[in-house]
Design a protein around this ligand. Structure first.
Ligand code: PLP
Length: 646
């Protein structure tokens, strides 16, 4: 199955006509547009034609229109131009305002550039974030109040995380009579909103090519006729001295092909069609993910962006799930997608923390087609089923599989012992932050004990029966620990070394703790999963298996088992043939592997989780554990039917 890209606000693939235009320029019209000979003139013609087309599409017959490397460069140029003008006005003693006002939900390129150039030019202007309302739209009353003192105002046409469309007419009205210069970041507007720049008071409008099917490293900057301008790049005087450096002709030609398609019509979907797609996707999300909330009102948003949160699920979990189903989405904005921080955009809208820290952005471009949307909706339905089967949705009706389950939050571990036969369960070191998740996982089980390794000398029975299984409490000078039959010991914050010392000193424990028993700590500081009294880290052991070497490895190790360590719901959404042992089930599975060792190749999405699993086994003295480098993302899903040597 092909990947479905629903992350177009981050970047887009290349329009086929744009690819052809870039190739043609590289093959036939490769000249330098500054050269005066025929080859150069042919290149110059391309440049002029693209610029003329851009002026028509942007509604900018007047003013400057230069090609840049992207919006970040356009933003720098606009900021530098505005700040230099403010400095000059100040030097002349003319009123220039003292505030640099930017929308609280701007792309980071804007406030970062403002702060950078403000400091570099020694202007000491005050940066002020213009608040937005609960819908993500600028607070126009606040804008009116700031307008008289504003030197430079930066707002965006449409937001990259939420798709919220700004009320540019309202902002222009609020700025009436203000000396402020005005930049509007139009990156997410191109091809999605009508633009008639020269009819507005907008002074600067940066654009980015790669957000609309042109290559990365392409962009444009419009500067209103008469607006102050200072070049960012000096040199050979290209672009009429506005932006030196030999022009990126393949990129400009490709951008030209996109602009030509916009002008001609027929290539991109209409607003109404895109609204229809959004309804379809929203319905699919509502059906698959009960309780889903949309973080931006559709009536104020681009129909190509859906930002949502699901109670009880983190954005990382949702991203991993969608990724496993081969649907690419992003958490918050792409730039901050790696860090699971709350979204500053949603924070600025005043959304509750759980929504801003678990938000997922799903976005597509105007090239989207009905068949892909239908396929995406089917994948979303499959994601919902996978979550339901894993017991992570309110509507889950089948209890999760029995056994031992580890949950980790904020560096601490909670352990669930689930006895499938008797449907009884015990929780060890429950963390309040995990209460909803624990409650969801215990559905269909009767909790018989909530135990803590932190309590000094807890009252109550020393032995807890869970069907055929037994949990036994041991209290010693070193702390409280619980033994699950003779396989696992829940050892709290005790380090294995102090546990070993305790064993020596305490005859009772020495008898009680069978050799090979896995120690399941309460904190990552002791071990990320489980460990043993004898565990030790061997340095210089290479447990990475390169994707290119996998086939050879499997041929050499016919008994090797591929183990998908992604979450159960990711595994279900991915339809992989490999066995699934999520990290939270590692401690449950390890005794079986230790009893009958076979070569194990762990894999996950990107190779981070699998390397931790392989390391855990190696530390336990298991010599045959490897991690597939780069994971499914680089190697594809390893498909081979392997039996679980349990
Ligand atoms: N502004 C907005 C609204 C964006 O979405 C982005 C890209 O994420 C940028 C600016 C930066 O654009 P570029 O990647 O072309 O520098």
């Amino acid at each position: 199955m092909d990947t479905i890209d629903l992350d177009s606000n981050a970047t887009t693939p290349i329009l086929p006509a744009a690819l052809r235009a870039a190739l043609q320029v590289m093959e036939d019209q490769y000249g330098n547009p500054s050269s005066v000979h025929g080859t150069g003139l042919r290149a110059k013609t391309v440049l002029d034609e693209v610029r003329a087309c851009a002026r028509r599409v942007l509604g900018a017959p007047t003013g400057r229109l230069m090609f840049t490397s992207g919006a970040t460069e356009g933003i720098q140029t606009a900021v530098l131009s505005a700040l230099c003008a403010i400095r000059a006005r100040r030097a002349e003693g003319a009123g220039a305002g003292s505030l640099l006002v930017y929308g609280a939900t701007e792309h980071k390129a804007v406030p970062e550039s403002l702060a950078h150039w403000n400091a570099l030019l020694g202007l000491d202007l005050q940066l002020v974030a213009l608040p937005v309302d609960a819908d993500g739209r600028h607070d126009l009353a606040a804008m009116r109040a700031l307008a008289p003192d504003a030197a430079f105002v930066c707002t965006m046409a449409a937001n990259n995380e939420t798709g919220i469309v700004s009320d540019l007419d309202g902002i222009a009205a609020a700025l009436a009579g203000s000396p402020a210069l005005w930049m509007v970041d139009c990156v997410q507007a191109l091809g999605k909103l009508p633009l008639a720049l020269a009819n507005t008071r907008i002074d600067y409008a940066p654009f980015s090519g790669h957000k609309l099917y042109a290559p990365k490293g392409t962009g444009m900057l419009y500067v209103r006729e008469g607006a102050p301008f200072t070049p960012l790049l000096m040199g050979g005087g290209q672009e009429g001295g506005q932006r030196s450096g030999t022009e990126n002709m393949p990129g400009i030609a490709a951008l030209g092909a996109v602009l030509a398609a916009l002008e001609a019509g027929g290539t991109f979907r209409t607003h109404a069609e895109l609204c229809g797609f959004r309804e379809q996707v929203a319905d699919a999300l509502r059906a698959a993910l009960p309780g889903v909330v949309f973080n931006a009102p559709f009536n104020h948003a681009l129909p190509t962006t859906l930002n949502f949160s699901v109670p009880g699920l983190s954005s990382k979990e949702l991203l991993d799930l969608f990724d496993a189903a081969d649907v690419r989405v992003s958490g918050g904005s792409a730039c901050s997608a790696k860090a699971a921080k709350p979204s500053y955009v949603l924070d600025a809208m005043g959304l509750p923390v759980w929504r801003s820290s678990s938000a997922v952005r799903l976005s597509y471009g105007p090239l989207m087609d009905a068949a892909t949307i239908t396929e995406a909706c089917a994948c979303i339905a499959r994601c919902g089923q996978a979550l339901r089967a894993a017991g992570l949705l309110d509507t889950s009706d089948t209890p999760v599989a029995g056994g031992l389950l580890q949950l980790t939050a904020n560096g601490a571990h909670t352990w669930l012992v689930l006895d499938a036969a008797s449907r009884t369960a015990a929780v060890i070191d429950a963390q309040p932050a995990l209460a909803p998740r624990i409650a969801a996982l215990l559905c269909g089980y009767r909790p018989v004990a909530s135990l803590s390794t932190r309590a000094e000398a807890p009252a109550g029975d020393d032995t807890i029966a869970l069907g055929e299984r037994t949990l036994r409490r041991i209290v010693s000078a070193a702390g409280v620990c619980y033994l699950l039959d003779d396989t696992h010991a829940f050892t709290g914050t005790m380090a294995p070394a102090s546990l070993a010392a305790m064993l020596l000193a305490d005859d009772l424990l020495a008898d009680d703790l069978p050799a090979g028993m896995l120690l399941c700590p309460a904190t990552e500081a002791v071990a990320p999963f489980c460990t043993g009294v004898q565990s030790r880290r061997e340095e210089d052991v290479d447990l990475h298996l390169a994707a290119a070497d996998l086939a050879t490895f499997l041929a050499a190790h016919p008994d090797a088992v591929l183990v998908d360590v992604r979450e159960t719901f990711e595994h279900a959404a991915a339809k992989s043939d490999a066995i699934n042992v999520p990290l939270g089930r590692l401690a449950q599975q390890i005794p079986a592997w230790l009893a009958r060792p076979v070569p194990l190749v762990f894999f996950c999405r990107a190779g981070n989780r699998s390397v931790r699993a392989a390391q855990c086994l190696r530390d336990l003295g298991y010599p045959m554990a490897w991690s597939l480098s780069g994971g499914v993302a680089l190697a594809g899903t390893p498909q081979r039917p392997f039996a679980l040597a349990a």
